[in-house]
Design a protein around this ligand. Structure first.
Ligand SMILES: [Zn+2]
Length: 247
């Protein structure tokens, strides 16, 4: 589709040392801030985008959406949760823009990175959908914010990236029941037969109900893949990023 670009990183090609090796893009996971900035420059360069024109989020597993026209702060983009710049990065789990050329980024390590774009309207969104965010409706909230800026669900292209799969994401039975009461499509079972949640399936069901039909889901499971960061597997680890932007 002309004009819309979607990209998801894996863990290779950066400068971070273990346990964040190599391309950790998360600024709030304990990694050296200098390494994170270098990695963000490397990733942006490989995508052909300007690293200072990338908008990040302070993700908090909520349902709040911010509309953005410019990167946060002035000059060198601040890392999320960094105190050095007075934390101008807001605590939201989705960002939406009608500004072409501005890239939106979402950080994950098992949660579902959701990238949305209506190339005709020139509106894009990035959302962080873990289990809590999916249940709270962060993705429908992002779509509603896009529609307010002129997007139409039937034109929105949706791409979800590497995430822990429904066969790996074990949860207590009561938690699965709570999630499935809100989003039945997320009801899952692990490969070893215990209760599980499939957050990607829940996100896609939500998008489908909103009329977003042009969807694709990464086949990669972060927990099973050695090429991706996984919080559930490694606890202290890096973050992958998903990027969306419009020409
Ligand atoms: Zn899996």
């Amino acid at each position: 589709m002309s004009g819309a670009h979607f990209a998801f990183t894996d863990r290779w090609g950066g400068v971070s040392a273990a346990p964040y090796e190599e391309l950790n893009l998360g600024g709030a996971v304990g990694d050296d801030p200098g390494a994170v900035r270098t990695n963000r420059d490397i990733a942006a360069k490989s995508l052909g985008i300007d690293p200072v024109r990338v908008v990040w989020m302070n993700q908090v597993h909520g349902a709040d959406v911010a509309v953005v026209d410019e990167p946060w702060g002035v000059g060198v983009p601040p890392l999320e949760r960094s105190r050095e710049w007075g934390s101008p990065v807001p605590e939201v789990d989705a960002i939406v823009t009608a500004r072409r050329g501005l890239a939106l980024a979402v950080l994950t390590a098992d949660c579902v990175p959701v990238l949305l774009a209506d190339p005709v309207a020139g509106v894009a969104a990035a959302a962080h959908a873990g289990r809590p965010g999916m249940v709270k409706g962060i993705v429908p909230a992002a779509v509603r914010a896009m529609v307010e800026l002129g997007a139409e669900p039937g034109r929105i292209v949706a791409r979800t990236g590497p995430a822990v799969c429904g066969r790996c994401y074990e949860v207590p039975q009561a938690m699965r029941a709570e999630v499935a009461a809100v989003e039945p499509a997320a009801h899952a079972e692990t490969s070893w037969g215990t209760p599980a949640v499939d957050v990607s399936a829940g996100v896609h069901a939500q998008l489908d109900r909103l009329g977003v039909r042009d969807r694709a889901q990464s086949p990669e499971c972060t927990l099973e893949s050695g090429d991706h960061f996984s919080y559930r597997r490694d606890r202290t680890t890096g973050r992958l990023a998903g990027y969306v932007w419009l020409d």
